[in-house]
Write a protein that binds this ligand. Sequence first.
Ligand SMILES: C[S@@+](CC[C@H](N)C(=O)[O-])C[C@H]1O[C@@H](n2cnc3c(N)ncnc32)[C@H](O)[C@@H]1O
Length: 305
Amino acid sequence: MDARHLPVLLRESVEWLGAGRGGLFVDATLGLGGHAEAILEASPAARLLGLDRDPDARALAAARLSRFGDRVEIRAGNFRELERLAGDRAPFQGVLADLGVSSLQLDRAERGFSFRGDGPLDMRMGPEGPTARDLVNEATEGELVTILSEYGEEPEARRVARAIAAARRTAPIDTTRQLAEVVRGAKRPVHGEERIDPATRTFQALRIAVNEELDAVGELLDQAVRLLATDGRLVVISYHSLEDRIVKNRFRDAARGEVDPVTGRTLGETRILEVLTRKPLRPTEAEVGANPRARSARLRAARRL
Ligand SMILES: C[S@@+](CC[C@H](N)C(=O)[O-])C[C@H]1O[C@@H](n2cnc3c(N)ncnc32)[C@H](O)[C@@H]1O
């Protein structure tokens, strides 16, 4: 398997999930099926419900996992609808979410995620909903500023949004290369070792907006907690600070429970999670060396009380 397709924090995910104990697990982000395969290998008594909104990912994962027969079920859909997709199969021993885009999505220029190749400005993880092209050409300049600063933490959001608005007055921005060139032309040059492609933050912001990624993560976590068995595990790998903050805060709130407004004391029975990772787990240098995509990964794990 190509290094870019290596599953991130694989051994750690399987351990924190407690997959060796067997039972029914959800992989909410099946992707190429790397984590799913390791969960199923951890115990002959492990079973898996795998979700992905991307039909290409589901087809590849289905082929990879076919040897596990009826221990695996793959369903199409958005993990923000976990409760509906799970039907009557809960409670689960564990839920895993390895967030973000897959290497498959990033590497295929025709999916429109990457500023390195050239492809249609799409960026949808699944086949439904508006594309990045719709957003880039139809959002107001003010809306673009908000998207770029909130989801891309782009310090030059105004300059970039202004350049996009000017460029599209001449002709629609249809491709990833066109957009990357507009952004590169708008940004001031940066010097130093930490230089990344000037289009990086814009592409991240648009991808998050197109797929409503942050809302979806919050909804997933709320539902996952409700669907876990007692002692069931929730393991989430995120790749940027916006996502990790949502995970951290959701875990903290569920671990703290509700506070009695009169006495200020925690109502014990409302604590539904125990956070297992006080600090997020990071990949080792060896893992990052073998798989640069792992560099920004942070894993957080919690246990259902
Ligand atoms: C980082 S990849 C997962 C890689 C996988 N763990 C593996 O080992 O191959 C994330 C996957 O989650 C999917 N995904 C992201 N957001 C989703 C959502 N809201 N609903 C369903 N699938 C989603 C993407 O389509 C992508 O295939």
